[in-house]
Design a protein around this ligand. Sequence first.
Ligand code: HEC
Length: 136
Amino acid sequence: MKPTTIGMTLAVVCTLATSAYAQAFDWAAAQEQFERYCAPCHGSTGAGDGDLGAALRRQPRDFTDCADMAKSSDDVLFNAIKNGGEPVDGQQSDMPAMRKSLSDDEIRALVLRVRQFCLPKGGISIAHQRESGLGK
Ligand code: HEC
């Protein structure tokens, strides 16, 4: 392995290891579920630009807005995915509750999948890489 590859691997492992949600993380499974259950509204890029999302009264959260996402704890995201948008902010929201479709472990993995849109990868966030055309 090249030193940069080792560095990047360590960075990802360390970032995930500091999260209480890390244990449940299976990238491939989380990615598949994100595409199936979340991308229609939140978009494959996480930017909240899925086809279904465009029709909603209130736009889906933009997971690539890292300053905004940093304001929500993992528990807030977990609760939003499990119980839907309404209990999170007390407002009517189209974010569906996933508790009937997904186990708690699967929801924890999705929290990490969502976080990944703002995780540094070699010092550059995935969102930034995408903007600059690198992350494709
Ligand atoms: C039908 C469209 C729709 C689908 C499908 C959907 N979402 Fe959402 N989501 C929304 C909307 C709309 C909001 C904004 C809710 C709000 O702020 O009240 C949102 C908000 C969120 C939030 C942020 C809650 C907060 O304000 O802190 C998270 C996290 C989230 N969604 C994760 C997911 C995940 C993970 C999936 C797939 C399992 C998913 N969503 C599927 C529409 C959707």
